[in-house]
Write a protein that binds this ligand. Structure first.
Ligand code: FES
Length: 127
C-alpha cells in the first residue's frame, strides 16, 4: 500500500513479525533505498546508502543498546533515530524517516520536508 499526502509518501514496509529485534532490511521507495530496523517495539528507517562510499547500510550491524547501525564497509556508525553520522569515516548524515505501526503492519513515511531537504543540501554542499 502506498499513499501520498502533500510532500509525504507512506508505504508499507512489512508485517510486524517480519523482523526480529536487532534485524535490518532494505526496501525501495520510488527509487530511494531505505534501510529499516527493529529494536524491541521500536522501528526505525533511514536512507540506506552510506554517505561515505555508497554502501548499503542494510548489510550493517544494529546496536540495540546505542540505537545505531554500523556500516558494513568501513564501520561508520549512524544513529537509527536521527540518521546522524556518529563516527568516521562518514561525516554526512543520512535522512531519517517516520515509521508507524498499525495493527500488524509497519509503514514508513518518506518526507521531502525541510528536515530531510536540509540533510540532502548538507550532503550536496559537502560533496
Ligand atoms: S562506506 Fe560506509 S563507512 Fe565507508
Amino acid at each position: 500500500m502506498t499513499s501520498t499526502e502533500g510532500a509525504n509518501k507512506t508505504m508499507k514496509l512489512c508485517e510486524l513479525d517480519d523482523l526480529a529485534s536487532g534485524e535490518v532490511a532494505r526496501i525501495d521507495v520510488d527509487g530511494l533505498a531505505v534501510a529499516y530496523a527493529r529494536v524491541g517495539d521500536q522501528w526505525f528507517a533511514i536512507d540506506d546508502t552510506c554517505t561515505h562510499a555508497k554502501v548499503s547500510l542494510a548489510g550493517g550491524i544494529v546496536d540495540e543498546d546505542e540505537l545505531t547501525i554500523e556500516c558494513p564497509k568501513h564501520g561508520a556508525l549512524f544513529s537509527l533515530e536521527t540518521g546522524a553520522a556518529l563516527t568516521f569515516p562518514a561525516i554526512k548524515p543520512v535522512a531519517s524517516h517516520t515509521v508507524s505501526v498499525n495493527g500488524d503492519e509497519v509503514f514508513v513515511t518518506i518526507s521531502t520536508d525541510a528536515d530531510n531537504q536540509d540533510a540532502d543540501k548538507q550532503n550536496e554542499a559537502t560533496s
